[in-house]
Design a protein. Structure first.
Lengths: 289, 289, 289, 289, 289, 289
């Protein structure tokens, strides 16, 4: 169950409202790197957590923090929209060039919300909950969370660079700090689980003798010149300590697939259905000089 | 530029076609944990790679491998659909219970493709390219890639458990092995970059003195009982070696936000616009015995 | 800012887990009538609320309650998935008919979450935040909220009828009661604002003399037999007390629209661009005996 | 069955074409407050109407009117695109600043349609039919319809304010008037059904003794300071005449949920599966000084 | 402007309601091959038609017919849902196997609409208006329309095969006939425009000397064995009479792309930004024995 | 299986980077007329191809070419983003008007990718794989492919007109040429199958005597003035040589549909459920003078 106090986790000030920056901030609300995504992701991971309980508590707790981040950013969007032009005429009056500001806005900020935030990204694309990863596998979830916070911090850093408003930079400096910590905390869980070596390959509960081991530590080359891009991934011990990296030229181990011809009553063309037409052996390829 | 040979990377056999398993396999094609996603993700990361070049090559090379995985799975879907009932009548004839098989199918496998695969997930939801992460930050991208392969391998393992068809299990044992390696290879890049300690916080190019350092290594508690879920993330050195974890009760550092009242011509109700109505000081809360 | 206590607002018990009912319950989580939608809707309305402040508080407060409803339902989904078949083999063993249960499930409950809830509807379609209405107009928002609770209660009632599990019925009886109240509370705001007569037409801040008044209280008939479906909407005083309902046959007041021909360099076909071809006066219609 | 006469319901004139206003108008075509939505909503409600027949007729009749509104707006979009710059070069020539106009356009108006409307909103997001509400409950549908017309009229009013083109304002004055009427007509149905008191709670066919009556008229407070936002919704008779509003502090009636640990073969990590690790009783919380 | 008469274009009868067939029929309503798509496509093409006028009239006229097809199919869905089980208990009572019918249904037919149609496809995915093609190019639009009717007729044929209900087969025989005609009529426009030879390449208004003519009639081979799949497309005169087909091995005409390194303040990792790290010349590939 | 050589199929040069043109180019990557769509469409058609084999090979071969087109366009996007303003401040410095460039950009090019391409269209809407047509009917697929290339070439031509950068025009001249050929090649398959006359109606495997032949070659008029838009489609032999076109006034062959009233326990309002209320015979229409 949840509670609120109606206050902001951190102060949100805007000295010089900028409606295009309001649009940019939306990426941090409803973008794939944004706060709605992490809020839902941590909560759904927590709610579906089957054990151990300590991670459930930790996930729901941090998911609860993230709701407040959406609140901060929504406030920041609204404040950046104060004084925004509501018409072409005002836009010309303010900027001299019709459309310079209004054309760069999320027009729904005028037309749909009356100068408030939306659960959309910076291009006005609504948040889509398919981005919520809650896999039932603790290690996979932790990686998904670090990823979310890594792309989230890159986003916050870019927003920081996009503005010189002191209030906005102050707010972003807080969110950046929180992203720093959140990257740490999910990796700390992996450390608790024994570190990368222990958790790999994810899921580590599948008996590895049932996988095609010959290919478990081979980096496949798919270049027609048979050169293989080399690096740590082509030599040395594998990171789980169970194998040895090697480069391998990928060769087709299967043949050309051959599906049965379509059923006569299946909605194909007659020419596809007739056995005579199928798999015509005559010259399906030709040489080119 | 790309080339093909029309053959499969690994043999795809189905001994006992199962049209519900065909639907399940779709998750590995068009699901968020599936192959279209990683194919696009690695290719877009490679195509947008700004440096160093070796990672570009490595990304595009593996993205090229993934196209062939979609090919294998599409073939597997088609083979599992051989002999599927096209009508209620056939379904009854085969199973005795009308709808037992047909009702569990992706009906588009009959109606839209004539027994072929679709770029959809196991519920028939089309792949949506918003899932492609190519952040321009190498470390963030590598984490996104490990995540994709971790959830991808969990998916493949669950598909393996869902079937007892020897052909399908053989194919999945190959895909599971490749996921094992792909988890490794993206983490190997992080090792090349100096390991987690060096790459954190992501992006590591942002001057950390500009973030609100007071909060960079604090795990915030949001429980009303002021208890903080404890673990590695509340004590010890931070994973980047730059700080020390600590638990901290989250307190609202900002006040209650106050937006300006709506403009009279902005489409709000009169009662919102009138100054008298706004921010009514009279008892907005009441005590409850 | 938000807080939690890790407990459920109301007990969630499942006596006889049913994985198809787990799929049905998803509609109450991620469907358009579901809890993610109202949670976001009330919070975004509150966060963007420009005045009066009392409604902001009330909205955020109830939005906070809704987070806990998602928590309850996610728990209910997970509990209904206990013991679900993970494979075709288990399904046959349990039900005698392969696919009878597994085919009716959201397969992502097995493949993607390991028996946990997703932010999706009952067909596995992810929640899409375009459903969040926060119009900046208080009366419009209240109506959107009553609508959400009316369709939400209809959904809960139908879920109640779909199961005979005592635990599930108990949980739903609570959610139904809350929907009863939530319908009331949004309408109570409209009463506070003076009732429907006063708030209509929404927005009531637009000078009504600027609309085409001739048509403001006319019910237009579009039937070719010139009959107009009659009812309260075709006679009597209008509900805002400002007009009188009347039936009116809709007649085209505008002519046939005529757009300029395409530019020669605009990507149309030559035949469209050439003046000769455009608007060919020769017999564009013919009589039919 | 449907018929047309190829004429516009109301004249559509544009004196000074404005391609950014063309983009804004799209919200009234394909936005959530737009005409495609109401057209489909009224038609699907009518087509699925089970009784009484008079509402079916009324719904389909008004749905038919709405098709003509999309036609008017599509014409308005096309007319606002006349003379739009097709290239960066033209844009500079017209406005002196490259991108001032073109950058503010829906580029698909140039690239995809050759200066015609799209079924998209003002940000170019395609209409998504999940917005169509046809609940099978007459009262819920009427509320959904009033909501659509209330947000639709707010949108039309904002578009009216955004332009000073006399032709566009004339067209919008008509659409605003129709929205005035359409708000009325759906509420008139509720009056016919006995008014709000009679229709509440929706659906009113569910035996209210089966809901958890203790909570049916209580406004729950979720603020940590135990203050409850007060108003009409916390005192007086409920709007259905069946109860009495009261404020109530929300307390968790359920405990902490506990799910079963994951199955060993379910794709979780080993650490989650092992009973030893699950629900570790050791210090999952710590006090903070 | 549009009109209706409340009657069906063709009789819709269902002798033996089948709720799974109701789900299948949804593909013909909201699927990519369905009637909402063609209705919108023909209307938007007509509304945006810039000339000649006769095609505008013809498009809007047929678009108007399609609205009635959605009406027929929505009626068919509702009739197939008569008597559908609303609960697990009823499902068992009817079929002996819990979930056999209910699990195969679109559960929104119970939960969201009270046994009415939705604007969704057979998997419950809502119609998405991005499928509406109105290109501003008459020939391209005609091809899009034939495609829609070809896939639409394949769908209708498959639905016909899926059922043995005489009423449903009768209705489908009508829709199949209309699809036959609609395929014809769009191709008839192309014949009017001079036939394929004259309209190709689309758009035919672009001066063909500005395209890279060397490659305009070459079928590129991308197989690593340098074999080119041969057929009519590799020999003989091109279909527009302006060239000669030839097979050609695709060779990379461009080199390896090299993007500038990321800006130091652009959110990349330090290692990407530092010139030393960029484009590391040391062994990016390795030979494989 | 697939291979790459890391090189571009054709050179990609940008002389004067333009970040708004970068946004425009996205339509050719992730738009419905773009390269991701054709790549997937040809590959899925090939992978699902049931016969004859020559078309499978041809489809996969050309699908492989298209991957390289995405690569070219992604490179073009990245090159057009070189030097783009990352902040409002830079934007003013470069253009004098804040927002003139930045406001016209896809802001995700800054915020999400660090100046790289995304799998989105020109409005930032992610590619959605529902656009991939692979119908299992060879003729329908070929038409879908010509359509894709026709709209694709119209798009490329419009992009060509939008820019005067010599490098971009050179690249586009190549893509336009390839679209010319690709239109040809799919039509060449239809010629191989016997031409339009032979392949129509699609699917031609359905026994035409089972369709309602009376309506198979009639162009239906839906205008209230009973005029029928005339053309090739209303007279002469049908294009499949099996019938004769004729105009026909569409008359309702079915009556008014009548659905059963809702079940009492189905979530409708009481007034709908009660037999007395249903289908009220009293004056559902009224005359209008």
């Amino acid at each position: 169950m949840f509670y609120t106090d109606g206050k902001l986790q951190y102060p949100v000030r805007v000295e010089k409202p900028n409606p295009i920056f309001a649009r940019a901030l939306q990426q941090a609300i409803g973008g794939v790197e944004g706060e709605i995504r992490v809020m839902m992701q941590y909560l759904f991971q927590g709610w579906g957590s089957r054990s151990p309980k300590k991670y459930r508590d930790m996930l729901i707790n941090t998911g609860t923090e993230e709701i407040g981040h959406i609140e901060m950013l929504s406030t920041a969007v609204a404040l950046n929209l104060e004084g925004a032009p509501l018409s072409m005429q005002e836009d010309v009056a303010q900027d001299g060039v019709a459309g310079a500001v209004l054309g760069g806005m999320n027009l729904r900020h005028i037309l749909s919300t009356g100068l408030g935030a939306t659960p959309e990204n910076c291009n006005g694309v609504p948040f889509n909950a398919s981005h919520v990863y809650a896999s039932g596998n603790l290690a996979a979830d932790m990686l998904a969370n670090v990823t979310a916070e890594a792309t989230g911090r890159a986003l916050a850093v870019r927003l920081y660079g996009m503005t010189d408003d002191p209030g906005m930079r102050d707010m972003l400096s807080f969110l950046i700090a929180r992203d720093t910590m959140h990257q740490q905390q999910w990796l700390a869980v992996i450390e608790e689980l024994g570190g990368m070596e222990k958790v790999l390959p994810i899921p580590n509960s599948f008996p590895q003798e049932q996988e095609a081991n010959r290919f478990s530590y081979a980096y496949f080359g798919h270049r027609i010149d048979k050169q293989v891009p080399a690096g740590r991934w082509t030599e040395g011990a594998s990171l789980d300590g169970k194998g040895k990296f090697e480069p391998m030229i990928s060769e087709p181990l299967g043949g050309e697939p051959m599906l049965a011809p379509p059923r006569p009553d299946g909605g194909a063309q007659l020419e596809q259905v007739s056995p005579a037409a199928a798999n015509d052996p005559s010259g399906s390829t030709s040489s080119v000089a």
